[in-house]
Design a protein. Structure first.
Length: 291
């Protein structure tokens, strides 16, 4: 993982674990339906870019052994500290990277990466091929920008448009890293495995809620929260962290992009910081079988 904002000593790994969105159970079921249909086994799963273990812990419900891997020592330390005692012997964390996965060759049944693969170097696919068993699966999923759902307010489309314009006016310069650009593309620009090697099967790509709040379209991933919680969640993003590090004297002031967005939403809705509303997320999923 390159250009790793999340390994910055000033980055709060505790806030990351507390406020990052949790993936819905239906996503794991969709992934496992693909995996099982390809005769995949459920022995060992490796979660790359695992951070503090959000996805890693979820995978323990489906695999005998789960290994979380992340280049950030502080993320791995927190993940290990937070691991439930009931998962001892089933859950393990290691410092490492997608380009150098610290497991034995041919020992893994599934590799996952939750909103992390956009930071991987393209050559990571050769490492994945080495550690995956035949029939194994790579599942790369990523959250895109959040949106206020149609259930949250009658003017949700207007709110989303104006809030996004305000955020982009302040954060564009902090979204220029290649990884952020790939994430914003809903992983359409994500480097895929070379098809000519005969190592990988066809790519199964799925996208949900690419355009945000759309009449008649089911929201695949959502959660209910307050404006106060929404602001805390937004501050875990890498662009806003980089902005905050460059503008420490402006954090929490009217010049803070998070406060600016909140002010726009409050003006349009009349909501208080404690009002509960629904936020949806665009979500992409890339599935590939190891032949």
């Amino acid at each position: 993982m390159t250009e790793n904002t999340f390994a910055d000593p000033s980055y709060s790994v505790e806030n990351y674990r507390a406020h990052r969105p949790k993936y819905p159970e239906r996503l794991y079921k969709d992934i496992l339906e693909f995996h099982d249909s390809q005769n995949g086994q459920r022995g060992v799963a490796v979660d790359l870019g695992c951070g503090p273990g959000i996805v890693t812990e979820a995978l323990t419900s489906y695999f005998d052994t789960v290994i979380g891997v992340d280049p950030s020592q502080s993320m791995i330390k927190l993940a290990s500290q937070c691991a439930p005692d009931t998962l001892q012997g089933k859950l393990e964390y290691k410092v490492g990277s997608a380009e150098d996965i610290p497991v034995e060759a041919g020992s893994v049944d599934m590799i996952t990466a939750g909103t992390a693969a956009h930071w991987f170097a393209p050559e990571w696919w050769s490492t994945a091929a080495k550690v995956l068993r035949s029939g194994g699966t790579v599942a790369l999923f990523a959250v895109a920008r959040p949106f206020y759902t149609l259930n949250s307010h009658p003017e949700a489309v207007k709110i989303n448009t104006e809030a996004r314009e305000v955020a982009m006016s302040s954060l564009t310069d902090y979204m220029m890293l290649k990884g952020n650009q790939v994430a914003r593309s809903m992983s359409s620009d994500l480097p895929l495995p070379p098809s000519e090697t005969g190592t990988w099967g066809p790519v199964d790509r799925r996208v949900w809620n690419k355009d945000g709040a759309v009449e008649g379209e089911e929201v695949y991933m959502s959660e209910k929260l307050t404006m106060k919680e929404m602001k805390a969640k937004a501050r875990t993003g890498s662009p806003i962290h980089r902005w905050a590090e460059a503008n420490k004297d402006k954090v929490g002031t009217p010049e803070d992009p998070i406060e600016q967005v909140a002010a726009v939403v409050k003006k349009l809705t009349g909501w208080s910081d404690e009002h509960v509303f629904e936020i949806g997320y665009g979500l992409s999923l890339v599935l590939v079988k190891r032949l």
